[in-house]
Design a protein around this ligand. Structure first.
Ligand SMILES: [Zn+2]
Length: 454
């Protein structure tokens, strides 16, 4: 540090980050804040490190990576009325053939036309009514949003199944699913309803919907995701758009898991799933994190029963406190090693908060590890977690751990880039493109499954 450390006010002021505050008591108030700055040298890296070679090594060699990432935009549609906004969500899913990647990495020239084509074609577009937009069949933006989300779930398809069908399949073990066509919505979606957000039980069927017993509002099965609760009639709806994007992103992963589990379990054991970001659903739809983990477990158990390896699933986190920590301790980790972090470690060295709460229980279906590859890069990875309890901290309890890390190192240059994972993988020219801005995502059409040698 080039400066003597002073109070919070003095330091921030010297760096030009806060205005000059004459009032002494305000300065003191600022000095009452403190930040958590842990000395990374204190972190017990060696005690928690595992050599790659010592980790459990089950599974077969991967042939494919399927990477999924969502992006969003909210744009004003009229300069004279800046509060007229429309939301766009794009889901990119790219299938990368690892053997082709090996082969093509040795090629010297990349064909720019081909790269552009891949860029455009790997997306599923979803348009959402944001502030000041009202559908013909609705009276408010919130109502338009709800109707439109239902419509989107009904019409967007992945490998032949609608998002709605996939959603119902994923929540099959959740108490919200009453029967295969009925979802229990716990809160009336009408902001004016006299139930006043108290817990109600509105049974909504897939095609006939349901009605609130108090205010008679028509309620849709997708209202259980509650993304409409953050929709504003006049302000930016970035948060609501982000919430629904995450939901669709993770449902997309589940869609491919379920599809391959049904159609080609042998191939499923050779597909690795990469999510760009944590294995978590934040915001109003966060209840989904549990059904997603249940879906992964269900698919994995079925694989084992059939004699196949469960799929490798990994979230790669590129920003945030874990990433900051990893950067700090990087040089203390051996190349080709994995760092275990239990709850105490996380709250001692990585995150603010107390250890009373288990990290991630409300939103995450993955547990974090830090890995340093043989080439020296560090990654924050999240692996679908084991049930609650200390077992889930220990990498030795994850049979696919070594296979996961070795698979990651095959594509690590693409993963390390700042761009999104599907796009960078697509740029490596070994990916199968999707249809342009389609309502349908199909990576493994039945024909392709038959024609390709497996
Ligand atoms: Zn109501």
């Amino acid at each position: 540090m080039p400066y003597e450390s002073g109070g919070v006010y003095e330091t921030a002021q010297r760096l030009g980050h806060v205005p000059i505050i004459e009032n002494k008591s305000v300065q003191e108030e600022l000095d009452g804040f403190s930040t958590k700055e842990v000395d990374p040298d204190e972190a017990p890296i060696e005690d928690n490190s595992y050599a790659l070679e010592d980790l459990p090594n089950e599974g077969v060699e991967l042939n494919y990576f399927l990477s999924i990432d969502g992006s969003l935009q909210e744009v004003p549609t009229n300069d004279d009325y800046p509060s007229n906004r429309i939301g766009f969500v794009q889901i990119a899913a790219v299938l990368t053939k690892l053997d082709l990647l090996d082969e093509q990495q040795s090629e010297r020239f990349v064909d720019p036309a081909r790269v552009e084509e891949l860029d455009r074609s790997q997306l599923q577009d979803i348009v959402l009514p944001s502030s000041n937009y009202i559908r013909d069949d609705a009276e408010t933006t919130v109502e338009s949003w709800r109707k439109h989300i239902y419509h989107t779930f009904k019409t967007r398809k992945i490998e032949g199944r609608s998002l709605l069908e996939i959603y119902l399949d994923v929540i099959q073990a959740d108490p919200r699913l009453i029967d295969e066509n009925t979802v229990d919505v716990y809160r009336c979606p009408n902001p004016e309803c006299p139930t006043d957000r108290n817990k109600v039980h509105i049974h909504t069927s897939v095609d006939a919907f349901g009605n609130c017993p108090q205010c008679d509002t028509e309620v849709y099965p997708t209202d259980a995701l509650r993304t409409h609760e953050r929709v504003s009639e006049s302000q930016s709806n970035q948060t609501a758009i982000s919430d629904i994007m995450q939901v669709i992103e993770h449902l997309t992963m589940c869609a491919y898991l379920l599809y391959l589990s049904e159609e080609s379990p042998e191939r499923l054991s050779r597909v690795g799933f990469i999510i760009d970001g944590p294995l978590a659903v934040y915001g109003t739809g966060s209840f989904l994190h549990k059904p997603i983990l249940q879906t992964i477990t269900r698919v994995s158990n079925k694989q084992k029963k059939l004699g196949y390896t469960p799929p490798i699933i990994v979230g790669i986190e590129k920003t945030g406190q874990f990433k900051d920590h990893a950067t700090q301790i990087k040089d203390r980790m051996e190349p080709g090693s994995l760092l275990k972090m239990d709850n105490d470690y996380i709250y001692e060295y990585v995150k603010t908060g107390t250890t009373d709460n288990e990290y991630g229980t409300r939103e995450h279906y993955g547990w974090p590890f830090i890995c340093r590859t043989k080439s020296g890069r560090v990654f924050i990875i999240k692996i679908p977690s084991l049930p609650e309890g200390p077992d889930k901290y220990d990498p030795m309890n994850y049979p696919l751990m070594r296979n996961t890390l070795e698979s990651i190192s095959k594509v690590e240059t693409a993963l390390y880039d700042d761009a999104t994972i599907p796009v960078t993988l697509a740029h490596q020219r070994a990916s199968i493109p999707l249809k342009t801005g389609s309502k349908v995502l199909e990576l493994f059409s039945k024909g392709a499954l038959k024609n390709e040698s497996s």
